[in-house]
Design a binder for this molecule. Structure first.
Ligand code: FES
Length: 110
């Protein structure tokens, strides 16, 4: 499955159901905010899903907690929690980095 980060110059990487999105980003040398170290406590790894949320695994208990607290909107997922579904075809998920959690040393195009 492919993951495209729209406001990161449309960079596209391959993602696997074995890894969280954050792990796949790290394996592809893409820096991503993660203030709590992927422990599901901070929401700074938030990503906005523009297309293909149906290709991602169901919300984790951690994500459900943040949805209930309105700290995670319907089109937002936590990169440190979510994995893609195990699908055979070459589907694409398109995301973007929310302005609030953009890193200062990275050039975003939005
Ligand atoms: S890195 Fe803190 S919730 Fe994902």
């Amino acid at each position: 499955m492919r993951l495209t980060i729209k406001n990161l110059q449309g960079k596209t990487i391959c993602i696997s159901e074995k890894n969280t999105i954050l792990q796949s980003l790290g394996e592809n040398a893409i820096d991503w905010m993660q203030a709590c170290g992927a422990k599901g406590r901070c929401t700074t790894c938030k990503m906005v899903v523009l297309q293909g949320n149906e290709y991602l695994a169901d919300y984790t208990e951690v994500e459900k907690k943040f949805v209930a607290q309105k700290r995670l909107l319907a089109n937002e997922r936590l990169a440190c929690q979510v994995k893609p579904k195990n699908l055979q075809n070459d589907y694409e998920v398109i995301i973007q980095v929310p302005k609030t959690y953009q890193l200062p040393h990275i050039l975003y195009n939005d």
